[in-house]
Design a protein around this ligand. Structure first.
Ligand SMILES: [Zn+2]
Length: 91
């Protein structure tokens, strides 16, 4: 993983779950991709907001931009599960 030049970012599908604003259809919260978190994290300017890991301390994913890569925008207000969640949690 060497994303230093482009800045840290992940695809929304890597988070597995997301919450969407029913009016704007914008991504507002995601499930943190860290297996130590298991919490909903708000997005601030498209980036993961401050939160703590379940075992204490700040999450290393804070400040990482989440790129909205939804392929089915016709379901704006649902929790959508992707296989990526299992993949990420196993890392
Ligand atoms: Zn986290």
């Amino acid at each position: 993983m060497d994303d230093c030049e482009r800045g840290p970012w992940i695809l929304w599908s890597h988070c597995g779950f997301g919450k969407f604003d029913p009016h704007t259809n914008a991504l507002v919260e995601v499930a943190c991709p860290s297996r130590f978190c298991a919490v909903w994290v708000r997005l601030v300017d498209g980036k993961l907001a401050d939160h703590e890991r379940t075992d204490g301390g700040p999450c290393p994913w804070i400040g990482v931009r989440v790129v909205d890569d939804r392929t089915d925008p016709s379901k704006p207000n649902e929790l959508i599960y992707t296989e990526a969640l299992e993949w990420v949690r196993d890392q």
